[in-house]
Ligand binder design. Structure first.
Ligand code: EPZ
Length: 427
């Protein structure tokens, strides 16, 4: 048993107090990749100190960047980041390192990169990434264990995405900002992490239009200036804590919430009985009302219900008297945590891309295993509802995206601790 990566939760707790929502993991990672394209120092303020960010930092350092932190401000000096190799050790550990391919080609004209691992939520192909870079002029050869790519300078073109992909849209934008000429992207993803990347690049001098639509136009420039930007709050972390409040019938306050980016989730939250009062970036959350079942929730591309909150919502619905169902339309295997919740006494049946939750059965603490980041967070929510102690193994998956979920919940009155390098400890 790897004692270093367990989270233990004593269930049946109610929460009270307030949490400050961290910076967005999925906004920070592409902004770190964008910083590589300025041959000097950039800073990302309010950056979450999470293992995916530390991994991306390691990759940038392996390319020659110098990075350092001042509290939550991440400094990146990419003056000498002339490296062109991104080994599989990184791309397997964190698939989103593929987002560096465009920036490395744009700056250093060639790149050898390992294949990004699939993961428990699905195959995670990169065909749209490669199509976009190939259309802009990259010469990419797929070897057995890595990709070899070259491009003296990207040439602006029209790119048509056959499906909405956050990462592939970001990849194309990163490659186009210093291309020769104009690039027009069609059928882009509209997730906030796309438009935040565009805003960051614009602050570095990039010429980008249409970022909140499905058509984005980029006019290439010769070089990007320094970045100096504040990472926006993490909409998925905020949604996760809203789920925790509903699951434990608690009233909590969330600060630094991107409420506008959570509309589809908040609509469902209210339908199942959740209440909240928004006041600027602060949400007074009232989860006291009993959770109601909901006939069907479908995950969709933004601004629809986010796939990353599907598992946390499922955990909450195990506590609703009656039948609910969730349809997962984005990834092909994103119900892994359901089987773990069933070990706790839930009654969730999976049929293809649909989960049917027969809620209202009491959950009992036991040992469960996190399979992915958001599924792991969902197991914490289920553990908060359960009778007795739950041990969640592979907990390091949760630390990839949640900066201090144990400390946050402990501060709200929950008995939760993580087996860390200092051994078992009560936080
Ligand atoms: C980003 O992943 C997020 N990750 C995911 O969050 C999020 O779930 C996802 O967007 C959807 O919102 C980061 O931003 C680091 P996609 P990404 O490309 O870009 C298919 C989390 O927990 N596809 O929008 O990889 C793909 O298989 C993570 O924080 C192709 O077919 O997602 C999927 O079915 C999990 N070919 C669909 O598109 C491609 O080349 C959407 O994926 C690329 C993707």
């Amino acid at each position: 048993m790897k004692w270093l990566d367990e989270i233990h939760v004593m269930g049946k707790c109610s929460l009270s107090g307030e949490i400050f929502i961290q910076g967005s993991k999925n906004a920070a990672l592409p902004m770190m990749a964008a910083s590589l394209m300025h041959r000097g120092r950039s800073v990302l303020k309010g950056c979450p100190r999470i293992s995916d960010v530390f991994c991306m930092e390691e990759v940038l350092k392996s390319l020659g960047a110098v990075t350092w932190w001042e509290d939550h401000d991440l400094y990146l000096d990419c003056s000498d980041a002339d490296g062109t190799e991104i080994p599989e050790t990184y791309t397997r550990r964190m698939r989103s390192s593929i987002i560096l391919l465009g920036p490395v080609l744009s700056r250093n004209k060639k790149c050898r990169i390992g294949y990004p691992g699939g993961c428990i939520i699905g195959k995670r192909p990169i065909d749209l990434h490669l199509m976009a870079l190939g259309t802009l002029g990259a010469d990419i050869s797929e070897q057995t264990f890595y990709l070899d790519a070259e491009c003296s300078r990207f040439q602006g073109k029209d790119i048509y995405f056959t499906k909405s992909s956050v990462g592939a849209t970001q990849q194309a934008i990163l490659a186009a900002v210093m291309a020769q000429g104009v690039t027009k992207l069609h059928n882009c993803a509209k997730e906030p992490e796309v438009f935040w990347l565009c805003r960051y690049l614009r602050s570095m001098g990039a010429l980008i239009k249409g970022e909140e639509t499905k058509e984005i136009m980029i006019t290439g420039i010769r070089e990007l200036g320094p970045g100096n930007y504040t990472i926006p709050p993490d909409r998925i972390v905020a949604g996760t804590y809203l789920c925790a409040a509903a699951a434990t019938r608690s009233e909590i306050t969330l600060r630094n919430v991107p409420e506008q980016e959570l509309q589809a989730f908040l609509e469902v939250y209210q339908k199942i009985g959740g209440q909240y009062q928004a006041n600027g970036g602060t949400l007074e959350v009232n989860g006291k009302r009993a959770v109601q079942p909901i006939a069907l929730v479908e995950t969709k591309n933004y601004p629809g219900f986010p796939t990353d909150l599907q598992a946390p919502l499922m955990a909450v619905l195990t506590g609703a008297q009656g039948r609910s169902s969730i349809r997962e339309n984005i990834f092909d295997q994103r119900f892994g945590s359901a089987f773990q919740m069933n070990k706790m006494g839930a009654d969730i049946k999976i049929d293809g891309n649909q989960a049917v939750i027969c809620g209202g059965r009491p959950l009992t603490g036991t040992q469960v295993q996190a399979g992915d980041l958001r599924g792991g967070a969902a197991l914490i929510i289920a553990a908060l509802m359960a009778e007795g102690e739950t041990c969640i193994t592979e907990a390091e998956l949760i630390n990839r995206g949640y900066e201090h979920i144990c400390e946050d919940l402990q501060a709200l009155g929950c008995r939760i601790w993580q087996a860390g390098s200092r051994g078992f400890e009560e936080l």
